[in-house]
Design a protein around this ligand. Structure first.
Ligand SMILES: [Zn+2]
Length: 246
């Protein structure tokens, strides 16, 4: 590449962005660039120029923009390196200390909207509930002692039923996930897809427990009738509420 200055048209810059996706500088080149930029200050003129500019990707999505689509394809399945993740986490902590949050309220809303109706794979859901750092576990064990059972502000007279406990088990999440997958996450009543879905029991969960005289978690886990996916189907929240008479 010639080292002198030459004018790039906007088209040219766009083209360069597209062809350079997925390409990386060699470590030798990176070191050279870093050396060149050391002590380099961005001139005030450039700063003003940059501050007034709209980000190049504002309002673009991978559906409407070729470049974004390519970038997204390129990133698919790639994980950040450990060092990079630590860097991100550090920056997030800095922001939290400075602004009092990691994600702005607006960003939070966006994330929550994007996650509605999504269910993690059973493997991830399982992990999510079990991967607790050792020191947290110790803290919670300590505070658990203080607030266990009747001492807890949430104590409701020991009325957590077996059915409730089963509903929080891994096996239950697996059953639900199997029902959703079979129904392709589509409400079997109104046909909506991509909305928050729930798994409806044809035969009530608590009835099966009663009829089979299930008294323990182990008995529940071994009860085939409880885990038959033909006893469930996918409903959106509205249609599910209708079945409950809400
Ligand atoms: Zn529905």
């Amino acid at each position: 590449m010639p080292s002198g200055l030459y004018l790039r048209t906007e088209e040219h810059i766009k083209h360069l962005r597209v062809v350079n996706i997925g390409r990386h500088h060699s470590s030798k080149t990176k070191a050279r660039i870093s050396e060149t930029l050391k002590g380099h200050q961005v001139s005030n003129e450039t700063k003003t120029k940059l501050s007034g500019l709209t980000p190049w990707n504002k309002g673009l999505t991978k559906e409407t923009n070729e470049l974004i689509r390519k970038m997204s394809e390129d990133k698919k399945g790639k994980k950040h390196s450990k060092a990079h993740r630590e860097k991100i986490s550090e920056k997030m902590q800095e922001r939290k200390a400075r602004d009092g949050y990691m994600n702005s309220p607006k960003a939070k809303e966006k994330i929550s909207r994007a996650n509605k109706g999504k269910h993690l794979s059973p493997k991830t859901e399982f992990k999510k509930n079990h991967k607790v750092p050792q020191e947290w576990r110790e803290i919670s064990r300590e505070s658990g002692k203080k607030f266990a059972g009747e001492k807890s502000p949430h104590w409701q007279g020991g009325k957590t039923s077996l059915a409730d406990r089963i509903r929080h088990s891994f096996k239950y999440r697996q059953w639900r996930s199997d029902v959703f997958t079979r129904d392709d996450f589509t409400c079997q009543d109104c046909g909506k897809r991509g909305v928050y879905v729930e798994a409806h029991h044809i035969e009530a969960f608590s009835d099966i427990i009663e009829f089979n005289d299930i008294k323990t978690r182990e008995q529940a886990i071994n009860c085939e009738e409880l885990w038959n996916i033909n006893n469930g189907f996918t409903l959106c929240k509205d249609c599910h509420n209708k079945t409950k008479g809400v």
